[in-house]
Design a protein around this ligand. Structure first.
Ligand SMILES: [Zn+2]
Length: 331
């Protein structure tokens, strides 16, 4: 094998040189003073033949269990003897959130990792973690997939989210995002919520790496149909990239949404939702309301758009400016 064709085996400084046709499993330290003393599980499957390098992670949000399980299963399913290229897997990025069962954020500093990309090596714990993930893995891959789902209090209809754009990495990410096979594909220009940084795939495509998020499952449960959707989606992308010969059944083209509208409460209260994830809603349709502890309706929530409910908060405990649901708008 020539030096050039073997380059895919030695890209990841933290993993050293991989041996073709083998699987490497281990727990590794990540660079960053705030991260010292901890170790993250990584699986690297080095194909017998050269080919693309795919990085797949889950657990940026520690309570999105089907995504985590899909990565664990991929680590056992992909046969290096039949693989062209390399697959590097990280099942749980946000380990503190996983162990503490924390939603949305990392409990060490209260920051949402998926609003922090590309991270900051001199920042807080989450910013250092994101920086290490981004620079040691995502930026070294030919394609990066970040698996998510609804968090512990979110019901979700499966979807892929890509950056809207016409650059090569954007177009490639949208192509692979459609191949992934979930029923909805959303494209966005900018993060739907502000943070000190941006979302994983937005930072990656901005710097030339085709990347997208795929989401399935939720409610803090390990739904096996959602695990299968995410695991099969990754295999479909691998087959499309020529990494596998396996026949992975294709899916109908996704419904494409060009806007992602998130609804928030104005007040705090008990949230009574009147829609489910996957429902179609019309402009002006009441989708839920907030009630007081005295049983009065405090605030009616209506949809400003026609679209599909992609996730909805299931917990009735909603604070002022609480996130209630996200609606994908086809276009
Ligand atoms: Zn998530």
């Amino acid at each position: 094998m020539s030096g050039t064709s073997a380059a895919y085996l030695s890209r990841f400084r933290l993993l050293g040189r991989l041996v073709p046709g083998t699987v490497w499993r281990g727990e590794i330290a990540l660079p960053g003073p705030a991260l010292s003393g901890e170790r993250w599980p990584v699986i690297a499957i080095a194909g017998a033949e050269p080919g693309p390098v795919l990085f797949v992670n889950a657990g940026i949000h520690g309570g999105e269990y089907p995504a985590i399980e899909a990565v664990i299963q991929l680590g056992r399913l992909i046969d290096p003897a039949r693989l062209r290229g390399t697959v590097v897997l990280m099942p749980v990025v946000n380990l503190p959130a996983f162990w503490q069962r924390t939603m949305f954020v990392c409990p060490v500093d209260g920051l949402n990792p998926n609003r922090m990309f590309p991270g900051n090596p001199a920042g807080s714990y989450t910013e250092q973690l994101v920086h290490a993930l981004f620079h040691e893995f995502i930026m070294l891959a030919d394609v990066a997939i970040d698996l998510h789902g609804g968090d512990i209090v979110e019901e979700l209809s499966p979807f892929v989210i890509c950056r809207r754009g016409t650059s090569d990495p954007d177009q490639r990410a949208q192509e692979l995002g459609a191949v992934f096979g979930l029923p909805t594909l959303v494209t966005i220009d900018a993060p739907v919520q502000p943070g000190r940084g941006t979302m994983s795939f937005l930072a990656a495509v901005e710097r030339g790496v085709p990347a997208f998020i795929a989401e399935a499952g939720g409610l803090g449960q390990l739904q096996h149909d959602a695990v299968t959707l995410l695991r099969s989606g990754v295999m479909r992308v691998m087959a499309h990239l020529g990494m596998l010969d396996a026949q992975v059944p294709s899916c109908p083209p996704p419904e494409r949404c060009t806007a992602f509208v998130w609804l928030y409460s104005e007040k705090a209260g008990m949230f009574y939702r009147e829609v489910r994830a996957g429902d179609w809603v019309s402009p002006g349709q009441r989708v839920g309301y907030l009630g007081s502890f005295f049983g009065e309706i405090e605030e009616e929530i209506t949809s400003p758009v026609a679209g599909r409910v992609l996730f909805v908060t299931t917990s009735p405990a909603v604070q002022v400016r609480g996130l209630l649901m996200g609606i994908g708008v086809p276009g």
